[in-house]
Ligand binder design. Sequence first.
Ligand SMILES: [Zn+2]
Length: 614
Amino acid sequence: MTQTPDTAAAPAPGLSRRSLFRSAGAVAAVGAVAGGVPALAAGPLGSGGPGSVEPLKLARVWAVTRAQQKSLVGFDDTHNVFEDGSIEVLLWPGDLARLKATGLRFEITVPDLIARDRGLSAGVRTVAVQPGETSTGDYRTLADYEADMRALAKKHPTKAKLIELPHKTLEGRTVYGLEICTNVNSYDGRPVFYQDGCHHAREWPASEVPIMWAFDLLENYSKDKRIKAIVDNVRSIIVPVVNVDGYNYSRSFPPVETGEVAGVTNPLPPEALVGGGQGRYIRKNRRPVMSTHVSEGLGVAENRKPVQSDGYLGVDPNRNYAYKWGDDVAGSSPTNYDATYRGTDPFSEQESKNVAHVLKTCHATAMITHHTSGDLLLWAWGDTRDDAPDNDVLEGLGRAMAVYNGYRPQKSIDLYVTTGTTSDYAYGALGSIGYTFEHAGSSFHPPYADTVPAMYEKNRVALMLLAIYGCIAPERRPAFPLEPDAAIELRDMKITSKKLNHSIITGRAVDRRGRGVKATLTITKTFDTDLWLEGEQNPLGQKTYREFLDTRMVTGSDGEFEWHVNPSTRPALTAARKTEAYVLAITGPKGVGVSRRLVVKRGQRIDLGTVVVD
Ligand SMILES: [Zn+2]
């Protein structure tokens, strides 16, 4: 059953349809609607007082069959899964009635989430100080992230470089990232390890992991041989906060005990109506007023037209990537107020466009997108239980990493069905060995002190493992003694320290006299990413989305090159026993060069020998 306003949101008696809106902004929208329902006063923050909104609740829901799970699409899943397979859902105002309407068995486990979190104490920290811990003992603000990245780039000018992503956000912000490796300004074909955080606004710990990785690499370069090998051989790219507008909103929303909304840096009128500190729990980006937005691209049947609203509703950036985008059965929602609203088009959102830009201008042979919560480690696919063609690598490295961080390793779909996600896109469209990590136990952003240091400590060796096995050529890997259980996981999937898990192209550019020359290499590919096709025709009325890969490297003056790349053929074509080629161009200093089509497989090394250019 799809979550359309006319079906799934069938109101319980006494509830208007508008009162069933289910996001922080949607709550605001309820208040902003003229007539119909009484406006919600901001009221005393916290729960229960007169005029306050219905408090956020956690519910445990028993949804066993696929049909039952589908009836939960659009609810705000926390990723917590209980031993018996029942799942945890965050209930926004109005959701309790909707949940009752599904007929599913459920119990309310936390009647007031804000109050529960207020009662969480920081507890006793159990680990030593970790690289990049904040001096405040609290989560970084958005400004802190920018300041830290700038400071690292300034302090380590040959090893760290601040990057600006091309698409400014809806609120006009620039998204920043950091590249880290020795000779960081030299694009010499090294493999890339990409990590990001906070596609989802409230998932604060998710951004701490990539920034702490940056500190770890730069501070421990001369202290840890594994770190040194990674910095010497791998370009780490981090984008700690992808959804900067959402993160800034969530992070700067006053905690409930401040008692009032004053102090929010961007107090937009509707937010004043988000009572009880619930604004800290928003998930999506800050796209406002979906009423005009939705009418442009969907073209859906009348009975599926999303509800129009004047409030903030947002798009889920982690359902907006092109790969399998457009599922409105289970993996994402076509409805603008749903938690998993996918947007009007693939890459309609600045957040997903920025990440795709990074991924399509380099060869990220390995990547992790960080989220909370649930302590899970997920790999392809999100939409089918079929093994990916590279499942041995994905599962082997995934299970080995999980030995270190203790998370539950599984295919993404074993959590729930997803489409249009970051890691499926990175793997399915571009061939990266990609993962989604869900951190922080059972909360989206528990107290920093006993969460973040311990989280980083148990993840850092997992990250090293992926950087080493997913990026560094076997002959350059540092000594990396494995925990016995991790060694077993790798061996079970036939991953050895000698096995290359991506692809390498080598050769030497020379002039007509055979002397090495500095050359520029480009790898490009035009390709059509598969949108969602099962069930009904996807709403765009097209089956694929045209994309362009555009990557480059520059040799030294000796003309030697060793380019670490992803396989040229996408997994779906590999599974169908087809191939797909890159266009490789090599150009000399005078602009004269050669171009050829090249098919390269995972694990393959291709030596082009000497290539004459001018
Ligand atoms: Zn998330």
